[in-house]
Design a protein around this ligand. Structure first.
Ligand code: PEP
Ligand code: MN
Length: 375
């Protein structure tokens, strides 16, 4: 069960102590307090764990400061929706708001290689009014002999360039807990010119110890990739590790599933699950067309498969697009064959805008039709 407290509760009051005293007195029930930073206010939620089935919602609602009591299902307690439409959803990080209604494009390099390429990318993003990007410094590679990423060495100049071009959020994969410290040290050393969304790659979806570490820090939000060979339910439960350790600011990313059925795409595109994840959880949903499709192949209509699947995700309500670009794909050290070219950026953004407009129109039509059906 979750107790949602009145906004901006003052924890120093006697009233708050009374609430805690009551919670302490509940047999076989443990609780933890979580602050949820909203746009204008802080909401405190109390998670009750253990023998909560016998607690009455009415009794709980009558406790000091409690505004609502929500009975939650066993799975994804914190990130789940539980039929409660009006619980706080999404988060704001470094001035950028992420929720199930917003849309942000994270175009960038799969792997950071040279300062020149990073600068070309970031400058192009700024010219197009974009404030988010992707930049891989730590690369989990299938082969130990492949380029593993520049690691901590490249962070200072990547962050400085981000600051120079107004980039507010960089999605960056972490493969080990020490990477978080390295990122924080580099941000500190460069004067926090940008922000970092910590990415959990598909190979680490069920690396529970890493998830616990990332979940325990609350500075950075998390871009969590779905596991490529496990069920959606298993991936959502894994995302819940982040929230249960204290960080509910999680974006859930679909990136295709490993299956021969997807051939010739690198993975079976799973963007039909965009609305499903939105229904089951309150997380913003990201699509990664690059790692799903895995190539720049196109169809006779002139649009590449990456463009097509991006539009398919956006028209279904995706909230984030993580997409590989590179100034010289042939020279990219990782995933060159799937990277879009810089001269495709304007066109890509235009195509996204077309799909987004169609999605918003679909929502309006749905609202109209549902009102008619109800009345
Ligand atoms: C990536 O985004 O660079 C990446 C490695 O993705 P995934 O974990 O989905 O394979
Ligand atoms: Mn990649």
């Amino acid at each position: 069960m979750i107790l949602i407290l009145e906004p901006n509760v003052d924890r120093s009051t006697d009233r708050f102590q009374q609430l805690l005293k009551h919670l302490d007195s509940l047999d076989n029930v443990e609780y933890s307090l979580h602050d949820v930073q909203g746009h204008e206010q802080v909401l405190t939620e109390v998670y009750l764990l253990g023998d909560t089935a016998r607690l009455s919602k009415e009794d709980m609602r009558n406790l000091p400061y409690v505004e609502r009591a929500v009975r939650v299902q066993e799975s994804y307690r914190i990130l789940g929706r539980h039929g409660e439409e009006d619980r706080q959803e999404g988060f704001t990080y470094n001035g950028v708001t992420f929720n199930q209604d917003t849309l942000h494009v994270f175009a960038g390099l799969c792997a950071v290689d040279t300062p020149e390429h990073v600068e070309i990318m970031m400058q192009a993003l700024q010219e197009h009014g974009e404030v988010c990007t992707r930049m891989g410094a730590y690369k989990p590679r299938t082969s130990p002999y492949s380029f593993q990423g520049h690691g901590a060495d490249c962070l200072p100049w990547v962050f400085e360039l981000a600051g120079k071009y107004g980039i507010k959020v960089i999605a960056m994969e972490v493969t080990h807990e020490r990477n978080i410290d390295e990122i924080n040290e580099a941000l500190e050393a460069t004067g926090h010119p940008t922000g970092v969304m910590l990415q959990i790659g598909t190979r680490n979806t069920q690396n529970f110890e890493l998830l616990k570490h990332v979940g325990r820090q609350k500075t950075h939000p998390v871009l969590f990739k779905r596991g490529f060979g496990i069920s959606l339910n298993e991936s959502l439960n894994a995302a819940e590790y982040l929230a249960s350790e204290g960080n509910p600011n999680v974006v859930f990313a679909l990136r295709g599933m490993k299956s021969g059925g997807g051939d010739p795409h690198r993975n079976m595109v799973d963007f039909a699950h965009v609305p499903v994840v939105k229904r089951l959880t309150r997380m913003p949903v990201c699509i990664d067309p690059s790692h799903s499709v895995g190539s720049r192949e196109g169809s006779p209509d002139g649009l590449s498969d990456v463009f097509h699947v991006t539009a398919q995700g956006v028209i279904s309500g995706a909230n984030l697009i993580l997409v590989d670009f590179h100034p010289k794909p042939a020279k990219a050290l990782v995933d060159g064959p799937q990277a879009l070219r810089m001269n495709e950026l304007a066109w890509f953004l235009e195509d996204v805008a077309i799909a987004r407009e169609a999605y918003l129109k679909r929502r309006q039509a749905a609202e109209k039709a549902l009102n008619k059906i109800k009345n």
